[in-house]
Design a protein around this ligand. Structure first.
Ligand SMILES: [Zn+2]
Ligand SMILES: [Zn+2]
Length: 172
């Protein structure tokens, strides 16, 4: 979804779009699949070169658990409040904007890529190290298969001697 800045009239512009072309890797390495493509409904307003976009977004994803690597459904929704300015250099009178505004993005050649802005937003909103559950036991260090709660895997018959020592210390 791209919008020409010149198409934004003084009364503003409402756009809604679904980014069906987004690939999991566009959002982040922890994204395994997209079940509901990212979508957004935005209100755009323009003041000279400055364009603001406010609205909401949602997406349905499958992430991989950072411990057991298992798939975990993850739905995401939130609000955005973006500001866009022309890339520095395209507008000679804009010299003092670097780092002043957190949610400031740039547009090039008078076109704002809203789909890309949404992908970036989703990437930042996702957990860096997702867990399928907070006590996910992870993978068996011996055979590499996901551990299951209450079930013995290779390691449990064969307790690491360092842990055995620690258990002994705790008893004393
Ligand atoms: Zn897990
Ligand atoms: Zn095992």
């Amino acid at each position: 979804m791209k919008v020409e800045v010149n198409d934004i009239q003084p009364e503003g512009l409402t756009v809604s779009f679904t980014d069906g072309a987004a690939a999991p890797g566009d959002l982040g390495p922890q994204v395994e699949a997209i079940t509901e493509p990212p979508r957004a409904e935005l209100r755009l307003e323009r003041l000279d070169e400055l364009v603001t976009a406010q609205g909401s977004y949602a997406a349905g994803l499958v992430l991989s658990c950072s411990r057991c690597l298992g798939p975990m459904p993850f739905s995401l929704e939130g609000e955005v409040d973006w500001s866009f300015r022309p890339l520095p250099g395209e507008a000679p009178d804009e010299q003092h904007l670097a780092g002043e505004e957190m949610d400031l993005s740039f547009y090039r050649d008078g076109v704002i890529d809203l789909a890309q802005a949404l992908r970036d937003e989703l990437g930042l909103a996702l957990p860096m190290a997702p867990l399928c559950r907070t006590d996910c036991p992870g993978l068996c260090p011996v055979c590499g298969k996901p551990l299951q709660e209450g079930r013995a895997c290779c390691a449990s018959d064969n307790v690491d001697p360092r842990w055995a020592k620690l258990a002994q210390l705790k008893k004393e």
